[in-house]
Design a binder for this molecule. Structure first.
Ligand code: ADP
Ligand code: MG
Length: 253
């Protein structure tokens, strides 16, 4: 590791019984990176995100965020260190409105919860922040809609707003374009491209056009192992990668 890495995984493994979903994976992500992780279905990509965000525990290995060992830290402590994730399976409150979902995340970040909500000044600040976030993800007119009434693409945009509400330094996006129309994917790609440089992005995505448009670094995983990390051009040119992944029609889920 250099001092510059925001995230470092050292020999990280996750077993489910005797099955090695992840096997001795090394990975570094530098601050400001637009780093994509690709690989066939079952490669261990989502498991990797679970280990980084803390929703899953590691079987072996060490995970460092900004040089600090977070391997045994619970999710909320990692969020406080700037790690935020959107998950492949939505974790939104479906019966609440768009604004309420973002507000809850903003209040959680402020550490005030509903106590802060009772203070009128804090309330105004939180609402203003929530509106700003919704504008940033392209949902400026949908604040009063119930989440259940949103399109699939709008929900994914909202998930990004909820993740950004925690003011992350490292944003983990697990297949954000899954199930999106081409127009929605294009909008999401723009949104991610427009994120400020302070937000480092680690993106799992099977839409390779999106990957090659956004990413400055690409890691290929296969059967729980790290296969290759390089520039998009290096990864595209790798015959090893082509035979493991790019040459196949398979997409991940
Ligand atoms: P990817 O996101 O790359 O498609 P996953 O990380 O979801 O892959 O899964 C990697 C492998 O680990 C798969 O074979 C999957 O079936 C297995 N796996 C994931 N979660 C569990 C679990 N909770 N119990 C048992 N096996 C699991
Ligand atoms: Mg997955």
């Amino acid at each position: 590791m250099t001092d510059l890495d925001l995230l470092e995984l050292r020999q990280v493994s996750r077993h489910f019984g005797s099955f090695r979903a992840l096997d001795e994976v090394d990975l570094t992500v530098r601050p400001g990176a637009r780093h994509a992780i690709i690989g066939p279905n079952g490669a261990g990509k989502s498991t990797l995100f679970g280990l980084i965000s803390g929703t899953l525990s590691t079987t072996a290995g060490t995970i460092l965020v900004d040089g600090q060992d977070v391997t045994r830290l619970p999710v909320d402590r990692r969020v406080a260190l700037g790690v935020a994730a959107t998950f492949q399976h939505s974790s939104l409150f479906m019966q609440e409105t768009v604004l309420e979902n973002v507000l809850l995340a903003v209040l959680r970040r402020a550490g005030t919860g509903l106590g802060g909500w009772r203070k009128v000044s804090a309330r105004a600040t939180a609402i203003a922040q929530a509106y700003t976030l919704l504008e940033r993800v392209g949902l400026p007119t949908r604040h009063d809609a119930q989440v259940a009434a949103l399109s699939h693409g709008e929900r994914r945009q909202l998930e990004v707003a909820v993740a950004l509400a925690t003011e992350p330094r490292l944003l983990l996006l697990d297949e954000p374009a899954a199930g999106m129309s081409p127009a929605e994917t294009a909008r999401l790609t723009e949104l991610i491209a427009a994120l400020p440089g302070e937000v480092t992005v680690l993106l799992i995505e099977h839409d390779l056009d999106m990957v090659f448009e956004l990413a400055d670094t690409v890691t290929v995983m296969h059967l729980g192992r790290h296969l290759k990390t390089g520039s998009p051009d290096e990864v595209r040119a790798s015959t090893e990668v082509q035979s493991a992944y790019l040459g196949t029609k398979e997409v991940s889920s």
